[in-house]
Structure formats: C-alpha cells, structure tokens
Design a protein around this ligand. Structure first.
Ligand code: CA
Length: 423
C-alpha cells in the first residue's frame, strides 16, 4: 500500500498533467445522472467514480460502510463516520485506482458501471449546510476596504488584528456551481439623494473565497483549540460570496451585512479533503501584535492555493481579472474555528465557514470588483473590449483554484455562476 498523497502514485486512469483531479487528490462530491439518484462520487481525471457501485461490487467491504451512506443526497452522514473511516476510504480508493492494482481495472463490468465522465453527470450540493459563517480574514482586503470607505491611515478597525472578524450568514441561499440567479433588488441610498430608493442592485460584486466544511460536531459549551481544529475540518471548496455593494453601504450600520449578502453564495461541487492539501501548508503572516493565547498556534497553517477569477460575458470569451492565493490569509482556519467556538458556540457537520474575500498585496490579486475597479473609479477592460466596474446582467463569474508542487497538482475544479436580470 502506497500512501494516498505520494507524488509517485499513478493511476490506470489517464490523467492530464493540468487536470485538477490526479490520484493524489480524490475529492468527494454528490452527483446524479439521468438514470441514477444522488450518490457519492470521487473525481479522478475527467471521470467520477461511483462509490455506491463500488460498495455493491464488494470493493469497499473491509470498511463496513452501509450502502445507504453512499446513496445519500449529501455527504453529511459519510463525514459523520469520522476522519479515520473517511481517510481509510480515500486510501482504499487510491489503492483501487493505482496502476498496478488489477481489482477494478480488469473487471470490465464493475469498471464500466462505476465510472462516468464528469461532463455527463450533474453535480449537486455536496453537503447540507446547517449554518454558514463568513470571516473577513485577508489583511489586504480589509485594508483596501478600510482605505476606500474610512481612512487610509487607520484602514483597519482596532479589533482587526486581535480577532478574526466574522458574521453569521444564511445557509438557505448557498447554491451549487452552475446555478443561475437573478440580480438582487433592495434599498440603496445614492449619495446625491435625500431618501433611499428601491430597485435592482447597481453594484453587484463577487467575492473570491475559500470555505471549509466542518467535519465533527461539538456540544454547546465546548470549545475547539487551534491545536484540535484540524480534526474538525473535513475539507475545502471554492466559494463565491456574491455581494450587492450599494445595498450593503446603506444597510450595514450598525449590525453588519444582511440583504446585501444573503441572496446567493455559490459553492464548488468537489470537497477537497484537508488530508489531500496537507502537503501544501505554508508559513503564515507574523501576527503583530501578539494574539491572545487561545488564538496562538504552532507550525505552518496557511495553505498555498492558487486562485483566479474570470468574467465571461454572454456569448463571449473569458477574461481572467484576478490571480490571488489562499496563503494571503492573515487569520488561519484553525484560528477562525478556535475563535468561533471559544464562547461555547456549538458547530455541526456540514457547517460552512468561508474565509472572506482573499486579496493579495498587488492590484491584480484583489478578490472583488470593489477593489479591482477601486470603487468603480478604474473600470476593467475585458477581452471583448467591454468594460466592467461591477458585474453586468448575463455575466458568468468563474473561480478556479489549485495547489501545485513539482508534478502534483491538487485542484478544486471551478465554481461558476451567472447573473440573470432582476425579476
Ligand atoms: Ca464575504
């Protein structure tokens, strides 16, 4: 048995060098086809491996996982089996897909039933999200926003470097990649108006984020330390936290985001396990001032994930407008989780916690239109010659992400969403 993360591993399924899903990745998702109900799949190359079929054929017998787990509509019950079981399953799949393993490779019937092209299946929401929390943990993003709206000299609020600022979002409107939605309407107050007006948002924005999915629940009153936190994180997805800036500006005082944020957030379908991205951990920011003891951590906890955002206007080609990286986070996931639970707030399997907009230090790495166009003062030019200050109707926004070290590329696939005109 070769460890599932070993860079030397090769599968008998052909995988392109630039593919997000080599044998070292094996992310989990939920899919269905025209003839099958929702079930758990694992991505390998351009195909999806049907775990319900594998279990029926007896390939997963040693793990003693009930058939029903694999035909669930969500990953939650699977995740609830615990990290040792999920990890053993990932290892077993790695063994089955290994080029030197003939068990599945040479069983034509099982192989044909268990493998489908991803392009032929429909991906569904991977987890049932009970609660959604959004942080604000990129120092460049927070500094940019503070500079634009407050004071360049004191861009960060006094609390920012002492705790990972966040707010409770809304789970009901988290949607799977590929789901179109209508431009939100709401109250805004134009700067030259005396009273607010109602109508479609004029400043619709994306937010480049990565979300982690809680993999273990806690009881009310219990806290998770930074040291324990990784046990409570199942995996990560890409996340577009759509935002209506004009609605936000008017409504957010004093309680924070509300209708500017809760109309849609789009998530990528493949959950990349924390285990698969452990090799890509990297050093974080030196946190100065020193954080309180419950937020201290040791080791490398940031993760080197290349991120990029494209806009594709209707009937046109994509333009890449931003290249950023998850390593630019000031606060780590472990600190976010420790802070979230330090007061005894309980968490549940399937909860999503998003990073907040991930901006890097250079203008081409800013993770929102608000920053890229600097509040609309510097329009972006797209390949088709058109300009954008914010997102237009019928634009599709696509976020992609991957880790890469030497030959191994652990990708997240993509999250895309199209903005339809307001209803
Ligand atoms: Ca956000």
């Amino acid at each position: 048995m070769i460890k599932a993360n070993d860079p030397a591993l090769k599968s008998w399924i052909e995988v392109d060098d630039n593919c997000d899903f080599p044998i070292q990745n094996l992310p989990f998702g939920i899919f269905k086809t025209q003839s099958s109900s929702p079930r758990i799949g694992v991505a390998i190359g351009d195909q999806v491996l049907d775990l319900a079929v594998l279990n029926k054929f007896g390939y997963l017998n040693n793990l003693r996982i009930d058939d029903a787990i694999f035909t669930n509509q969500y990953l939650n019950d699977f995740i609830a089996l615990g990290k040792p079981t999920c990890s053993a399953l990932r290892q077993r799949i790695s063994d089955l897909l290994n080029e030197s393993n003939a068990e599945l490779r040479d069983n034509k019937e099982a192989r044909e039933k268990a493998l489908q092209y991803i392009s032929n299946v429909q991906m569904l929401m991977p987890v049932k999200v009970g609660d959604y929390t959004d942080f604000y943990s990129s120092i460049d993003h927070a500094t940019n926003v503070g500079t634009m709206f407050r004071d360049p000299v004191n861009a960060l609020f006094p609390n920012w470097k002492h705790l990972p600022v966040g707010y409770h979002g809304r789970a009901s409107s988290i949607i799977i990649s590929g789901t179109d939605f209508h431009r939100p309407k709401g109250q805004t107050k134009p700067s030259d108006a005396e009273v607010p007006v109602f109508g479609p948002s004029k400043n619709l924005d994306f937010e480049l984020e990565v979300a982690f999915i809680v993999g273990k629940q806690t009881a009310l009153g219990e806290s998770v330390s930074t040291e324990q936190a990784d046990d409570y994180i199942f995996g990560l997805t890409l996340f577009n936290d759509w935002s209506a800036r004009d609605i936000q500006t008017w409504e957010y005082v004093p309680l924070g985001p509300f209708l500017a944020k809760n109309f849609a957030s789009t998530v990528s379908p493949w959950v990349v396990t924390l285990e698969a991205i452990e090799p890509f951990r990297t050093e974080g920011y030196k946190q100065d001032p020193k954080v309180l003891p419950y937020l201290e951590y040791t080791g490398n906890k940031n993760i080197d994930i290349n991120l990029e955002v494209s806009i594709q206007p209707e009937n046109s080609t994509e333009t890449t407008i931003c290249k950023s990286n998850y390593k630019f986070m000031y606060w780590t996931m472990e600190q976010q989780l420790a802070h979230h639970t330090v007061n005894g707030c309980n968490i549940n399997i399937g909860d999503m916690m998003a990073s907040g907009t991930i901006s890097g230090p250079t203008p081409d790495s800013f993770g929102s239109m608000l920053e890229l166009s600097w509040k609309g003062t510097k329009p972006l030019k797209l390949n088709d010659g058109s300009e954008r200050k914010f997102i237009n109707d019928n634009d599709t926004v696509i976020i992609r992400g991957y880790c890469k070290k030497e030959i191994v590329r652990i990708g997240f696939g993509e999250v895309r969403g199209k903005v339809l005109p307001a209803l």
